[in-house]
Design a protein around this ligand. Structure first.
Ligand SMILES: Cc1ncc(COP(=O)(O)O)c(C=O)c1O
Length: 470
């Protein structure tokens, strides 16, 4: 493709993108594709010669789009949002065009220094103390793995990195029963072993019970285990419950345990002064992850990982082959030493674009509006006798179920599971579920960039009508 041809096609692609943004609301929000359907429509072999870009665009519309679930639809209420925005997409186009590898400062000084500055902006925006330094990772799963590996090395004085784990003792990692599966994955991958993740029971509001955490740590110490890391969550995936940071932090500090905070989604709410209470106890935090790619209008991937011990993080990951030696080592940030991959995308650019185009007040306004929608929905649910809320609504997640009279628990679970599938199969809204205290629970999250009160009201109407017609 020549540059002139690129220019021509790119204009058409941008028109396609703008049309998509205008019309996304009318697509079936959850793809209605059946397993293998898209695979069967794709040719078995690649073309032997060049094809026209217009044929590619034709197949995008005909083959691929029916198999896309529309996360950017304002009727997407499932999981957690992976929202985006025009300023983010524009910057991402530039990142792809530059195609820079941002592994070390020298391979793109501006990328490294913009990343450093964006992490300072974000750190200050969410209210972390100034000792924290940040780096952009691809996902919260990677950030949590980086935290647990650093905590592991810190606990054994870097012996496992050097000698392997044979004589290092049994390390233990603690998190609540509601913590995200990425914690378990990190414990497996880190060699600590899934058996050594200790799931702490939660209180009635689904937050970690600090009394039970203390008991677990003290029991483990008595058995000769090495408590290595506690992961506290600000906004758990199931209910957006918030673990008590101060009490958790005091236990960590008493026993010299690394405190990692998973604020993958909830971190965005920290940009609101009225949500700073979640960070009470911040002086105990060793590391924290927050994903702007979830709820801060920055398209996937962009996970902000902060630690007050950048030296320990770097010592855990650094490696210095001859071909990566530079004259600037030690006076700049070489982010390849701050995590797992060597090659790194220029992700800071989209963050810069988003923060500048919205401005802090613009971001705050949208986040407040999203939280307001969740609170209003919760109010509507409370007003109906045949629906009930199943968890407190703190941020943007509403957990509820349909409770028609005269049904037992098992029947209610079947009814609500059926309701969830029925709703998603219409293609008009997309919800996901969890199970709380044995109850099948519908979850509705109001965090999509363009969601409005009208979308939430329409969805609620559809939920009520569908439930009552079952
Ligand atoms: C609380 C929490 N932590 C971690 C993750 C994992 O995020 P990522 O997809 O960036 O790895 C999620 C995903 O929804 C989450 O809800």
């Amino acid at each position: 493709m020549t540059v002139e041809e690129f220019r021509k096609h790119a204009h058409k692609v941008v028109d396609w993108m703008a049309d998509y943004m205008e019309n996304v609301e009318w697509y079936p929000v959850k793809s209605q594709a059946t397993p293998g359907e898209i695979l069967g429509r794709l040719p078995d072999t690649p073309p032997s010669g060049p094809e026209d870009f217009s044929d590619f665009m034709h197949d995008l519309d005909e083959i691929i789009m029916p198999g896309i679930s529309h996360w950017q639809s304002p009727s997407f209420f499932a999981y957690f949002p992976a929202n985006t925005s025009p300023p983010s997409i524009l910057a991402e186009m530039i990142t792809a065009t530059l195609g820079a590898q941002c592994m070390i400062w020298e391979t793109s000084p501006a990328a490294a220094e913009l990343e450093e500055k964006m992490m300072i902006w974000l750190r200050d925006l969410i209210g972390l103390p100034s000792q924290f330094e940040g780096v952009i990772q691809d996902s919260a799963s990677t950030s949590t793995l980086a935290a647990i590996l650093t905590a592991r090395e810190n606990a054994v004085n870097f012996r496992i990195n050097e000698e392997g784990s044979a004589d290092s003792g049994i390390l233990r990692v603690y998190c609540s029963e509601q913590a995200h599966s990425s914690v378990e994955k990190a414990v497996k991958i880190s060699g600590i072993g899934r058996r050594n993740i200790v799931r702490i029971p939660v209180r009635d509001d689904f937050s970690m019970d600090p009394g039970k955490l203390r008991e677990a740590v003290e029991n483990d110490l008595a058995k000769g285990y090495i408590p290595c890391c506690v992961v506290a969550t600000l906004a758990t995936t199931g209910t957006a419950s918030v673990d008590p940071l101060r009490e958790t932090g005091m236990i960590c500090s008493e026993h010299d345990i690394w405190l990692h905070v998973d604020a993958a989604m909830g971190g965005t709410a920290l940009i609101l002064p009225e949500y700073q209470w979640m960070l009470d106890g911040r002086e105990y935090i060793d590391s924290l992850v927050f994903n702007p790619h979830k709820w801060m209008f920055t398209n996937f991937d962009c996970s902000a990982f902060f630690t007050r011990h950048a030296g320990l993080l770097i010592r855990t990951f650094e490696i210095l082959p001859e071909y990566l030696k530079t004259r600037t080592r030690g006076i700049v940030n070489d982010y390849r030493d701050w995590g797992i991959p060597l090659g790194r995308r220029f992700r800071a650019l989209k963050l810069w674009s988003v923060i500048r185009m919205y401005g802090v007040e613009g971001l705050q306004e949208k986040i407040r509006a999203h939280i307001g929608l969740a609170l209003a929905l919760a109010g509507n649910i409370r007003n109906e006798d045949d629906f009930e809320l199943l968890a407190p609504v703190l941020i943007n997640v509403v957990c509820f179920r349909y409770i028609p009279a005269g049904k037992g628990e098992r029947e209610l679970n079947e009814i609500n599971e059926n309701l969830n599938h029925r709703l998603n199969d219409t293609g008009r809204i997309y919800l996901s579920h969890t199970v709380l205290n044995g109850k099948y629970t519908l979850r509705m999250v109001t965090g999509q960039t363009n969601v409005t009160a009208e979308h939430v009201e329409k969805a609620w109407q559809q939920i009520r009508d569908t439930a009552r017609s079952l």
